[in-house]
Design a binder for this molecule. Structure first.
Ligand SMILES: Cc1ncc(C[n+]2csc(CCOP(=O)(O)OP(=O)(O)O)c2C)c(N)n1
Length: 629
């Protein structure tokens, strides 16, 4: 039974509460986060760490008039509960339920739909500028984590905000963690700020100076100046932010509600960019998450009492990711030129074992996907063989780098796109449904998709033999095979693989859709319909001979891919038929529609879009029947 949580429908409900009541509210929010995420999974550690920040921000501001922009958005569970979604919080990340990230279509308090890192400062600045141009009067605040602050995009936002001196606030939620260990010079810098022996003195001084800031009015500027001078005298922590044009405050304890509220209520009204540095603990309030914030960063359900995750290690080993990690390690053993790069996803990509074995040839470059690509370009030009492991959705950021720094230079960099296809409960910001479209537009690239973990390993091995840019996409799924090794043919560039013969229709399936198509063909076979199934293997170059052969049979041809259909593999087949003047049969492209795909488990979403075996069988059956009719 909650004392406060159930009674707060809007942030206005916080205003009358005293500090100790707000502290009780924080405890209730934490309990609810733990209760619901233990069933539904989610971003536990980050959200637990940001509870007081959310309560203090909503206490000091008037949302939705004032705008809080949550960076990445994975820490926003408390915000959701405080903005009218407590009663639906149990549906977190369920298909049809509330999203695990801020979502503008879900609430007027979510001013920006997010999921990718480091968009908050630029967005907040844009909102603040729009406010000023429209002569409005409200506050805008970006809440950003220490790892996200290290990205180029965040720097670019700071750079412009400090230059324009627009009134806005950046609230740094410094928990000294990315998903794994934070990396980079910015992280080291923040660390020195916190560990500076003057920290306590500075904290006291901060409070003293902030107390001197009147609520609003002309005095504010003078007080802030005094503050700046005061701090400078103390070997200013956060001098970097001061030099960029922000008023830096802190570091302060991000779990001390009284202090947070006292400082925020004073500095948020300042008519210039302010930067409040708070120190928080990732996983705060749940022992297992505090002890192991990496595991509890994103977790798919767990036992509250023991902290045991529901997803077993065994499943991880069988996954495409597991195959990738082991094979990359093996390639690293054989070839000292092999280097591996990740942008802050050491465990998620399976590169942790490579990192342990070859620390000197492993690079976690932080949340810097565009940099990761160009850094790999440099390594490749210097004679190394970089393998860049990245989630499909995050590589979207690097399109120009792929064109200009890899393809144009013809550099032999291997891109391994994990989470390609439906990423599941994280939803539209995380589904990897665009990569077939954007990768196949790149000259010089070989673009592949394996049907299972074994084929992924073969593709990696071949990619290292070819001296050219390569990309390989695979889903967040089991890499177990339903095809016996004896029925597979060795991998050859630009050549597909026929896995099943059939006279009634043909399917050319891409990667993850091969198994589903084979099962669909089984279903149809029981109904007396025989369907040919071809594993495309290559999205680029296309297996032209195979397409000519299949289209020559003049029957229904299906292309099936786990990605946006328009502009994808099926489009490539159509374009080929048009270019070669092939008398094309009925070609049906099966894939995702031209819209953003909501959250839900991968299985549910695939079923919804007819990309599961039954759905494929249904489409193929009705086309075969129509073609006979
Ligand atoms: C562009 C991009 N790359 C990678 C990720 C995956 N990711 C989600 S949260 C996170 C770490 C964020 O760390 P920080 O900003 O410090 O927040 P914390 O989780 O520590 O609260 C990463 C790498 C992402 N969301 N966006």
């Amino acid at each position: 039974m909650t004392q406060f949580l159930g009674k707060i429908d809007t942030p206005a409900g916080l205003k009358g509460l005293e500090i100790r009541e707000l502290e009780q509210l924080c405890r209730e929010i934490r309990e609810e986060i733990i209760r619901v995420t233990s069933m539904k999974g989610g971003h536990v550690a980050s959200s637990l760490g940001a509870v007081e920040l959310a309560v203090a921000a909503h206490y000091c501001l008037n949302s939705p008039d004032d705008k809080i922009i949550w960076d990445v958005g994975h820490q926003c569970y408390a915000h959701k509960m405080l903005t009218g979604r407590y009663d639906r919080f149990e549906t977190l990340r369920e298909m049809g339920g509330i999203s695990g990230f801020p979502n503008s279509s879900e609430s007027e308090h979510d001013h920006f739909t997010s999921g990718h890192s480091a968009t908050s400062i630029s967005t907040a600045l844009g909102l603040a500028e729009a406010r000023d141009l429209n002569r409005q009067d409200h506050k805008v605040i970006a809440v950003i984590g220490d790892a996200s602050l290290s990205t180029g995009l965040a720097f670019e936002g700071l750079n412009q905000a400090g230059h324009m001196r627009t009134s806005m606030a950046v609230l740094l939620n410094d928990n000294e963690h990315s998903i794994s260990k934070p990396v980079g010079a910015m992280s080291r810098y923040l660390n020195t700020v916190i560990s500076n022996p003057l920290y306590n003195k500075v904290r006291e001084e901060t409070e003293k100076i902030v107390k001197g800031i009147p609520k609003l009015g002309p005095q504010a500027h003078k007080a802030a100046k005094k503050f700046q001078e005061g701090l400078k005298n103390l070997l200013v922590p956060g001098i970097i932010f001061e030099e960029l044009g922000f008023r830096y405050f802190g570091p302060i304890d991000g779990h001390d509600l009284g202090q947070l509220i006292s400082i925020m209520s004073k500095i948020l009204p300042l008519q210039e960019p302010v930067f409040l540095h708070t120190i928080t603990r990732k996983g705060k309030g749940y022992k297992f998450a505090e002890e192991n914030p990496v595991k509890f960063h994103g977790i798919g359900g767990y036992d509250i009492a023991s902290g045991e995750a529901n997803d077993g290690e065994e499943e991880e080993k069988k996954s495409f990711t597991g195959h990738f990690g082991r094979k990359t390690l093996e390639l690293g053993e054989k070839d000292p030129a092999v280097t591996a790069i990740t942008a802050a996803m050491v465990d998620g990509t399976g590169l942790n074992i490579f990192a342990e074995r070859f620390p000197r040839r492993f690079y976690d470059v932080g949340i810097t996907e565009p940099h990761a690509v160009t850094f790999a370009a440099g390594l490749a030009r210097g004679g190394m063989r970089p393998i860049v492991a990245v989630y499909s959705t995050f590589l979207q950021r690097s399109y120009d780098q792929l064109i200009h720094d890899i393809a144009l230079q013809k550099l032999p960099v291997i891109f391994c796109l994990d989470r390609a296809g439906i990423a599941g409960k994280d939803g539209p910001t995380h589904h990897g449904v665009f990569d077939i479209v954007y990768m196949r537009s790149l000259p010089e690239f070989v673009v592949m998709a394996p049907k299972d973990g074994r084929e992924l390993e073969a593709m990696l091995e071949k990619a290292l033999e070819w001296e050219k840019p390569v990309s390989i996409r695979y889903p967040r799924a089991s890499g177990e095979s339903i095809v016996p090794t004896s029925s597979c043919v060795p991998l050859e560039e630009g050549v597909s693989e026929r896995l099943r013969h059939g006279k009634d229709a043909s399917i050319i399936a891409v990667g993850s859709m091969v198994s589903a198509s084979l099962i669909a063909a089984d279903i149809l076979s029981h109904e007396g319909k025989e369907v040919e199934v071809i594993n495309a293997r290559f999205i680029k170059p296309l297996d032209k001979r195979m397409i000519e052969e299949v289209t020559g049979k003049a029957r229904v041809l299906f292309t099936i891919e786990e990605g946006i259909a328009d502009g994808g593999f099926g489009s490539a087949v159509l374009e080929f038929c048009e270019r070669e003047n092939l008398a094309s049969p009925r070609i049906r492209r099966i894939g995702m529609p031209d819209e953003f795909i909501e959250h839900g488990s991968r299985e549910e979403v695939l079923r919804k879009y007819h990309l599961d075996p039954q759905g494929i069988a249904d489409i193929v059956r009705s086309e075969i029947e129509a073609s006979h009719g």
